[in-house]
Design a protein around this ligand. Structure first.
Ligand code: FAD
Ligand code: NAP
Length: 351
């Protein structure tokens, strides 16, 4: 169980809230819906003040970071609280193992680059993921064979139900594939800061996709965490749309994990299916492959579409509404279920 203690009680302050604010700049899909109220929280006190004020007035609260894992399907009749706390520091360092802590509002990729610049290894495979440090534990962010659970040392969160400030250890977080106790209990905990156990010695994880090949192409002779990060950044820049240019929330569906018999049935009908056996005997199917086989790659309907290079990424060409993006996602889900008998689960958080 997380350990708890009560922090300072904040005074009620709604005067600083803006009203009817467009959320377009605050979500990477670029969906233009309005927040009834909007406020920033730069530290724990401002977080608590905003939550207390909202609670006293019966106003729901939607917490956001970088808005890169959200699909907003309607105006948000709530206070949208943008967590923008800054700060990162070394908590302890024994010459080999290093504990670092970062505030929730820190942007993820610059934080990763900061750890690499200090000579700390562990986060290199998670380079160039958009969003904030505080949201990263929500879905146990993962890429290229590493998830934050692999380097997680703890986090501090405010329990919105009780007002307690709680420390979570690894075992408290129930991290799974794009999953955590925080994602399963939406709105319960507001993550304030996160700690990572890093190391001065590199334990390279190079088995995913084209990472090894890209390192060779880069002419990398000395394998460093920074070189791995550079390789991964260059692959990602080639393959994934930049939200600043084309609205998206990364992978829109999780890769489905199915029973071995289901996989065998699909493989009989589709010998080229891309799949990865799991330790528990189940098989992870590449959702992007299923979607591409079904003919959706590059599909466009109005401004809602499927990316031309990566079928797992839905894109907003400009004016698509969240409802249109959601309708396209639903059509893809139905089609994949009919063709392959596999249910695709949406990854972004829907509002
Ligand atoms: P937001 O979208 O703002 O919020 C996501 C959820 O977390 C919401 O439910 C929100 O209420 C909640 N939340 C936000 N901040 C807090 C907080 N401080 N406390 C409690 N709850 C909070 N994801 C991966 O796992 N791997 C990838 O490789 C990856 N690549 C991506 C590539 C692109 C181009 C894009 C657009 C997205 C990608 N993502 C990836 C998804 C996304 O970037 C991550 O999930 C990221 O951690 C979301 O952070 P955010 O700050 O933008 O969260
Ligand atoms: P990719 O290399 O084209 O691979 C397709 C899928 O196959 C990936 O989703 C990955 O699963 C899986 N995969 C590939 N190699 C694997 C291996 N050796 N062992 C087990 N599974 C393997 O994928 P991509 O789209 O370019 O993405 C590269 C990485 O970045 C992936 O880890 C992906 O999850 C991550 N990413 C995530 C998001 C997001 O929004 N969540 C967006 C972009 C990229 P996993 O997804 O389970 O890793």
């Amino acid at each position: 169980m997380p350990s708890a203690g009560r922090g300072n009680q904040g005074a009620v302050m709604t005067g600083q809230w803006q009203e009817q604010v467009s959320l377009k700049p605050y979500n990477t899909f670029g969906i233009d819906v309005k927040a009834r109220y909007f406020s920033q929280a730069k530290d724990d006190l401002q977080v608590r003040q905003a939550l207390d004020a909202a609670q006293q007035q019966g106003i729901p609260v939607l917490v956001i970071g970088g808005g890169s894992n959200l699909l907003l399907t309607r105006d948000v009749d709530a206070l949208v609280l943008h967590v923008s706390s800054q700060g990162r520091h070394v908590v302890s360092d024994d010459g080999e193992r290093v504990l670092v802590e970062a505030e929730a509002g820190e942007a993820w990729h610059p934080f990763v680059q900061w750890t690499l610049a200090q000579g700390f290894c562990g986060l290199e495979n998670l380079s160039l993921i958009p969003g904030t440090v505080g949201a990263a534990p929500m879905q146990n962010v993962g890429a290229y064979g590493v998830e934050i659970k692999d380097v997680f040392a703890g986090l501090t969160a405010l329990d919105r139900k009780t007002g307690d400030v709680c420390d979570f250890a690894l075992a408290d977080c129930a991290f799974g594939y794009r999953d955590s106790v925080f994602k399963r209990n939406p709105g319960r905990w507001l993550i304030l800061r996160v700690r990572f156990a890093l190391s001065r010695t590199l334990q390279a994880r190079l088995d995913y996709g084209p990472v090894r090949q890209r390192l060779a192409e880069q002419g990398t002779t000395a394998l460093t965490a920074q070189a791995i990060s550079d390789a991964i950044c260059s692959i990602r820049r080639e393959k994934l749309p930049d939200p600043a240019e084309l609205g998206n929330a990364g992978s829109f569906f999780k890769n489905p994990v199915v029973a071995a018999q289901v996989f065998e049935r699909i493989r009989t009908q589709h010998p080229g299916v891309i799949a990865y056996p799991q330790a528990d005997g189940q098989v992870k199917l590449a959702a992007g492959w299923l979607i591409e086989q079904a003919g959706w790659k590059g599909y466009r309907e109005g401004d809602a579409g499927v990316h031309r290079l990566q079928s797992l990424v839905l894109v907003n060409y400009g004016q698509a509404s969240g409802a249109q993006m959601h309708a396209l996602a639903r059509r893809i889900q139905v089609d994949i279920l009919e063709r392959f008998g596999v249910e695709l689960e949406m990854e972004p958080n829907l509002y």
